[in-house]
Ligand binder design. Structure first.
Ligand code: FAD
Length: 287
């Protein structure tokens, strides 16, 4: 973790584009509450194959206009043609967006076309080729490894390809075992990777949802956490309290051990993220 000490810690919150008018209203309340924390930026996900393309754009512009805080769209290449990606990039550039989260994405079931760019390193290269240094490019990192990776070593080498292609910083998949993250970062350092690798944090709000997500993305829920969550059954209050305690402790350890910031997967809810943020005593007044 030695190289991570040099970076100023950055804090950010992630949303997904809302699908209904009620969800739009709810997200506006959430973003207003989280804006009070003065994060470094918000980010907004991009649906598989471009399915939320317009809503990602609208949400990003709305957040920026209403909160004054930087908003970064995610963009994924799988299932999109290069001309479509180019048009999206140009639109963001014309609208003053300067940070982007570049991903391969996952093909929705039943989709046939892969698009022209197969991996995120090719997308990063394409963004640099089309827009030079305009964007600060964030990429994804996997301390517990990407579910499709043939092995850990190859996955880290593939991560490095994104950095070599011009990524400026990375955000990890969420994890609950900090040692997986420390070791991942140390291995990246050994390969000469020299960008901030910010820890992705998933506040625990709902056990069923967490299990489903974790199965899909390859994040491990430690047995002791799962057992405790199962024990709470439908008792949402206890789940939230336990989840906030566990996630606060994880974040404390990460920050003490030089993680260069935290990126909260908010699930468009503010309560747990705000509670963890306050427990940590993060002070963003000067940022
Ligand atoms: P890549 O870095 O391309 O890696 C994918 C797999 O291919 C890995 O197994 C890797 O080892 C391998 N690989 C990579 N490069 C090569 C290469 N050159 N040759 C051979 N193999 C290679 N998904 C969405 O749909 N929308 C979002 O908005 C979104 N946001 C995310 C934000 C974060 C912070 C994270 C961590 C994930 C996000 N995802 C999102 C999920 C992500 O799209 C999936 O995890 C996807 O399966 C991989 O995307 P990637 O950019 O990490 O892919």
């Amino acid at each position: 973790m030695e190289s991570q000490k040099q970076y100023k810690k950055k804090f950010s919150f992630e949303f997904f584009p809302p699908k209904t008018p009620e969800a739009v209203g709810k997200l506006q309340t959430t973003q207003a509450k989280l804006a009070e924390m003065n994060p470094d930026f918000f980010s907004v996900t991009f649906g598989a194959g471009g399915s939320t393309r317009d809503m990602t754009f609208e949400t990003v512009m709305d957040i920026h206009a209403k909160t004054g805080i930087e908003a970064a769209p995610h963009i994924s290449c799988i299932g999109n043609l290069n001309d479509e990606i180019k048009a999206i990039l140009e639109n963001y550039k014309d609208n003053g967006i300067k940070r982007i989260v570049a991903l391969r994405g996952d093909l929705p079931s039943g989709a046939v076309g892969y698009g022209q760019l197969r991996y995120a390193n090719e997308l990063v290269e394409f963004i640099r080729q089309e827009t030079g240094d305009h964007f600060h490019i964030e990429v994804a990192a996997y301390p517990e490894f990407h579910p499709q990776a043939p092995n850990a070593k190859t996955d880290i080498e593939n991560f490095r390809k994104k950095v070599d292609a011009g990524a400026n910083s990375a955000i990890t998949q969420y994890f609950y075992n900090p040692f997986a993250y420390y070791r991942f970062v140390d291995n990246c350092e050994k390969l000469g990777v020299d960008i901030p690798i910010v820890a992705g944090v998933m506040p625990i709000i709902n056990c069923t949802q967490l299990v489903r997500f974790s199965e899909g993305c390859g994040a491990e829920i430690p047995r002791w956490i799962l057992k405790r969550l199962q024990e709470f059954g439908d008792d949402r209050v206890s789940i939230r309290k336990f989840g906030i305690d566990v996630t606060t402790e994880l974040c404390e350890q990460l920050l003490t051990n030089d993680a260069p910031g935290l990126h909260f997967y908010t699930m468009n809810q503010s309560e747990a993220s705000v509670a963890i943020w306050k427990n940590l005593g993060i002070d963003q007044r000067d940022s």
